[in-house]
Design a protein around this ligand. Structure first.
Ligand code: NDP
Length: 298
């Protein structure tokens, strides 16, 4: 049985980060412009702490100015908004990212809407979502942007392909669907109320899974030869009872990777696929924001 070609997110993300670093060096040398990223972390969520550390390390490694603001979980909405306002005004900062999810009691939507859309490097502000929907230049959410780079690297021109996106979140599903539409795919968005989801998935030349359910998508949901992009990051206990008893967990995607690899033409592994592209695209978005703010790009 033939095996799917693995879409190597690690190598593609490394290359993207190197391209960003080269562009940062040029911006510094030719325009005296050092792109700056500010990340705000509220509370002590362990996964968020790992993500925020990684964002800081990678932006420093790319030669960018990078600051992390840590606020206690009981910070008031007003104080958090004041922090966002301060970063909106800071000329050394071109990207403002508030790490989600926020602790209970804080209004996430209000915080995102308080970010200057020109500095919204997570691409979640309604202005950026609206501009994306209208096909106008915008800051695009990092994970969807990363998925599109992987798809273009793998398939080249995407025009005319049937794409199915499983998941309709504002963070992942909807923006990926918009980007696939812009790339002239014929796009279906599936969700928890979709009827006969396996049959819908089997129509896809490009299948994007952004659900958050471990290994939900099985081999017989996949059209032979399709490109499968697995966005899911799910922590599950090991099958090995010794490891499981020790409380050890592993990461799996939304696709049953092993069996799906025997049917798909191309597939992203978890870990090692989409996840690594997310931070690389955050750096890319920060450079884009810096260039636009400085009038070097429209
Ligand atoms: P959400 O929970 O916000 O959205 C999940 C979507 O999946 C919803 O639209 C939901 O439908 C749909 N869904 C849930 N159950 C089913 C089902 N049984 N059948 C069909 N559709 C279903 O999750 P996110 O979009 O934020 O994240 C999705 C996954 O991607 C998660 O595993 C997350 O950890 C991962 N992720 C990975 C990132 C990365 O860097 N690789 C970044 C961000 C997220 P409905 O709308 O009807 O409820």
């Amino acid at each position: 049985m033939s095996q799917a070609q693995i879409i190597d997110g690690k190598t593609i993300a490394e290359r993207l980060r190197a391209e960003v670093a080269a562009e940062v060096a040029i911006l510094k040398a030719e325009h005296g412009l050092q792109p700056g990223l500010a990340v705000v972390l509220v509370g002590e969520d362990p996964a968020s702490q790992v993500y925020v550390r990684s964002k800081g390390e990678h932006s420093n490694a790319a030669g960018m100015h990078s600051v992390t603001h840590r606020l206690p979980a009981d910070v008031s909405q007003a104080d958090l908004l004041a922090m966002v306002d301060q970063l909106n005004r800071d000329p050394a900062i071109h990207g403002v990212l508030v790490q989600l999810p926020l602790p209970k009691g804080l209004d996430e939507k209000a915080v995102i809407e308080a970010i200057n859309p020109a500095k919204d490097v997570d691409g979640l502000h309604v202005v950026n979502a609206g501009r994306l929907a209208q096909g106008l230049p915008s800051l695009v959410p990092c994970t969807p942007l990363g998925c599109m780079i992987l798809l273009r690297e793998t398939l080249g021109d995407l025009s005319g392909k049937r794409a199915v996106v499983v998941g309709r979140s504002v963070l992942v599903g909807k923006p990926i669907a918009q980007l696939l539409l812009q790339a002239d795919c014929t796009v279906t968005i599936a969700h928890s109320r979709t009827q006969d989801l396996p049959a819908v998935c089997r129509e896809a030349d490009i299948l994007v899974a952004a659900v958050g359910r471990p290994q939900m998508i099985k081999a017989d949901w996949i059209k032979p030869g399709a490109a499968v992009i697995d966005v899911g990051i799910n922590r599950v206990p090991f099958r090995d009872p010794v490891k499981a008893a020790a409380g050890k967990t592993k990461l799996v995607g939304d696709v049953a990777y092993k069996e799906a690899s025997a049917v798909a033409g191309y597939i992203t592994p978890v870990p090692g696929g989409v996840g690594l592209m997310t931070v690389a695209c955050l750096l890319k978005n920060t450079v884009t924001a810096a260039k636009r703010i400085a009038g070097l790009e429209t």
